[in-house]
Design a protein around this ligand. Structure first.
Ligand SMILES: Cc1cc2nc3c(=O)[nH]c(=O)nc-3n(C[C@H](O)[C@H](O)[C@H](O)COP(=O)(O)O)c2cc1C
Length: 377
């Protein structure tokens, strides 16, 4: 065989994200898997993340709650207690041992919770006292208690401490979860936020909480280790906005002031969690307005992911469900190999293996034959 001819795959090209040298642009999405019993990461999480690690690949850990009021689902990990920080360490070490770059998604669900998850059976907290009526999955959520203005700095401090703890656990940085109808989004969106203080009303006021979290976390660990995820166009958990374009643009521009590492945005086509629809709205204006690294997520496959990079609509492309089912997703993208299908029924079950670490990898014979076919041209 002659000299290897490499197929040009835009997703498999290097990218420098601040101080991090990425070898490709296929990113593991934050994915709640509900396998952290009692809100503490478990040894089986090590294999799951290690399987999805590549040298120079970026992984975003599942939503990890910042305090005991931040819980809204069973067996999601936390990072407010020493025990949780210690339990994250071997997971982070395993990712680092394989050369991965690992960010922790820090999360507070706000009103997407019920009294059963809350300390002392209290009501969940939010920007509002309006309950979620239409949940993503039919769960029943409790009427929340509206945070007083004076309480807000304490919640911001919980994010700050969580970021500090994430650094102690060895993570390379944190992603602030400002998407999908959870606490930060409950402040951002005008369909939820009905406050009359400086955290509600105007666009500027609704964005204040998110930006104060960004500021606090950046001060704590350095803006070069901070990303944020937003979903201005989505309405999950009753969190729609009357002018998502304006909200997205305002946030993209305002974030520049803090010099954070990245902005990660869910595509407008993901109107509901899980289904993509045809849609004329685009993230390009946000991409153009933000000066750091821009990540996109939502319904991506190989071709549109490559196009997003080739057209400079994004620096990095984030994969969720395909990465659940394909632990070696970057390799499959590189070789144009078929994808395993995901099994939705095991996304949120608690088994430490089934639907979690038992999806097959390409085997060496497949890889050799695909490389051979490709190199023949
Ligand atoms: C099982 C599952 C768990 C998820 N958990 C989170 C999460 O913890 N944090 C988050 O921001 N998004 C979460 N999402 C949304 C994904 O990160 C992603 O945006 C979504 O799946 C769309 O991307 P995809 O089409 O590549 O799957 C979750 C999605 C799924 C399917």
């Amino acid at each position: 065989m002659g000299k290897e001819q490499k197929l040009h795959v835009p997703l498999i090209t290097p990218y420098k994200m601040g101080n991090f040298k990425l070898s490709h642009r296929v990113v593991l999405a934050p994915l709640t898997r509900m396998r952290s019993y009692g809100n503490v990461p478990q040894p089986h999480n090590i294999l799951y993340y290690a399987q999805r690690t590549t040298r120079g690949g970026l992984l975003i850990a599942e939503g990890t709650v910042v305090s005991d009021t931040g819980i809204g689902y069973p067996n999601i990990p936390g990072i407010w207690k020493k025990e949780q920080v210690e339990a994250w360490k071997p997971i982070v070490d395993a990712v680092h041992a394989k050369g991965g770059i690992f960010f922790c998604q820090i999360w507070h669900v706000g009103r997407v919770s019920n009294t059963g998850f809350q300390p002392n059976g209290q009501a969940p907290i939010s920007s509002t006292d309006k309950p979620v009526i239409h949940s993503n999955d039919g769960s029943h959520f409790w009427q929340p208690r509206r945070l007083s203005t004076e309480e807000i700095p304490h919640i911001i401090n919980d994010f700050r401490l969580a970021a500090k703890n994430a650094m102690e656990a060895g993570f390379d940085g944190v992603e602030i979860h400002g998407a999908n109808g959870y606490l930060i989004d409950q402040f951002l969106k005008d369909q939820v936020n009905d406050r009359t203080d400086e955290y509600g009303g105007s666009l500027e006021n609704r964005c204040r909480f998110a930006l104060e979290v960004v500021e606090a976390v950046s001060e704590e660990i350095g803006a070069d280790r901070v990303g944020i995820r937003l979903s201005p166009f989505a309405g999950y958990n009753d969190s729609g906005d009357s002018n998502p374009e304006a909200l997205g643009l305002y946030m993209a521009k305002a974030l520049n002031k803090y010099g954070i590492l990245y902005l990660h945005v869910i595509e407008p086509r993901m109107k509901t969690l899980g289904e993509k629809v045809k849609c004329s709205q685009s993230l390009v204006p946000m991409r153009k307005s933000f000066s750091g690294t821009f990540l996109v997520a939502g319904g991506y496959e190989r071709e549109d992911g490559n196009n997003a990079v080739a057209k400079n609509h994004a620096d990095l492309v984030v994969y969720g469900r395909l990465f659940i089912a394909n632990p070696d997703l970057p390799k499959r993208v590189e070789l144009d190999a078929p994808f395993n299908k995901y099994d939705r029924s095991t996304f949120y079950t608690s088994d430490p293996v089934v639907g979690y670490t038992d999806y097959p990898f390409l085997d060496e014979t497949d890889i050799a034959s695909m490389s051979y076919q490709r190199n023949r041209g």
